[in-house]
Design a protein around this ligand. Sequence first.
Ligand SMILES: Cc1cc2nc3c(=O)[nH]c(=O)nc-3n(C[C@H](O)[C@H](O)[C@H](O)COP(=O)(O)OP(=O)(O)OC[C@H]3O[C@@H](n4cnc5c(N)ncnc54)[C@H](O)[C@@H]3O)c2cc1C
Length: 509
Amino acid sequence: MTDADVIIVGAGPTGLMLAAELRLAGVRPVLLERQPWRRDTPKAGGLGGQILELLRYRGLLERFEAACTGPVPAPRFPFGGVHLDFTQLADPPMHALPLPQQLLERLLDERAGELGVEVRRGHEVAGVSQDDGAVSVDVRGPGGPYQVSARYLVACDGARSRVRDWAGIGFPGVTYPEVNRLAQVTLPDTVTVLGNGDLDIPGSGTIRAGFTRTDHGLFGVGSSPGSQAVSLYTIEDESTEYDDDVPMTVTELQDSLHRVLGLHLPVKEASRLSRFTFKARQAERYRHGRIMVAGDAAHLFPATGVALNAGLLDAVNLAWKLAADLHGWAPAGLLDTYHDERHLAGTRTMLHTRAQVALRRGHDAAAEALREVFQELLTDEQPLRRMGALVAGADIRYPTPGPGHHPLTGTFAPDLTLHTEHGVTSVADLLHPARPILLDLADRPDLHRIAQDWRHRVDIHTAKTDDRPADILLIRPDAHIAWAAAIDEPADTAAPALRDALSTWFGTP
Ligand SMILES: Cc1cc2nc3c(=O)[nH]c(=O)nc-3n(C[C@H](O)[C@H](O)[C@H](O)COP(=O)(O)OP(=O)(O)OC[C@H]3O[C@@H](n4cnc5c(N)ncnc54)[C@H](O)[C@@H]3O)c2cc1C
């Protein structure tokens, strides 16, 4: 007998998302977070990529958009010293939401609370052990040490995951010896922001607006006309490994500015002080027995803007599979598909973020030429769309066992508008409760009758849609297509294939 179904270690974005998804699937997680309260260290400035679609499919996107403080940015994304500029495309392959991470965590925390998640803040996991039936955890809580056990444990404890180490999961890769520091500051009256954005520092000289490369690193400054508020940015070669949860101080920023520029830049006030180091590391296994890793505990990518997307999608992929196992109907191997699918997705993100390192780090004329050629290619629509889908994590096709699958199998379900006898709805609307769906788009009772045996696990819908991509779509709770029947596919091939797919993903009826 265990105390909980699932222990989640870490109430960062990944842990909170996972907890909410598990509750949707009828599982009771306990979430252990060592910090006594929600942190306010500035980290990500927003969310981008496929996770925005998923949030829409859960009915959450409007709420997240409503909480956005800043203006929606032009759809331009940095890509290793060049950029993807989607402004010319009516339907860009990638979107972004300017939602600071503190706000994102608040929204996810609220959602978890509404769904009845038990979050224990100030409870640090100090040790983990597992056997065939359960995982046990030593916790240091405000009332003293105690133990808690569960059928599974998911390590969402971030980049320096101790659970990953205790589970013996390797985290190979590299840490680039380069530290990035960012801040928004206001400058004292002694410093003048000139009309062209240059900074005039009495006794020290002028700093050019934009980027300045020195022998000691890179410095960047940006400002708005007439404002004493500026954004500062430095990059230095440095091999110190900082803890992301220990905030950068103004002194640390000024010291860095001094090393890079050789001058002292006085600062009046500072906000959004942040520092990050690029790492390219991926857990060699996402599962070891009853312990799984997700989010930063599973992968660190050497470029900005992709980590949250990957981590939150890990959570969505894992939750329904854990729930299936806990409810006793998971087919053999279902939980292992978490590693197969999300490790593959992580490898793909690693591919383009490593490519960004190569583009970004070169400082000679050859590197400049590479960036120029790359940027030129990205003015053509097709490569731009392809790169957009890659960066968004939208081009993933999860592997499906066996030959001859419909091209949609393993892909993210398109958001079709659906006309049903009850009115107009959509794939996104049907996925709000995060249940599997069998969608009959061609009035094929010969096929959808088969799913009746699974009706307690799979919701069956009949609908019409314009330009139907298939006769039947079998959609998993994470919005990926488990199986599809080709248009007018005869029942003698489609029926056994559908039965197989239902058993493969949703167990024996
Ligand atoms: C300056 C900066 C800028 C960034 N910008 C972006 C960006 O623009 N886009 C983007 O996608 N990503 C960005 N990131 C990365 C993003 O912040 C992380 O990917 C994200 O926080 C990972 O979420 P997580 O939940 O996996 O881990 P974390 O957010 O690290 O959460 C882990 C949690 O586990 C807790 N914990 C750890 N150990 C224990 C333990 N033993 N017991 C209990 N609790 C424990 C920690 O206290 C923490 O709350 C940025 C990061 C930094 C530092």
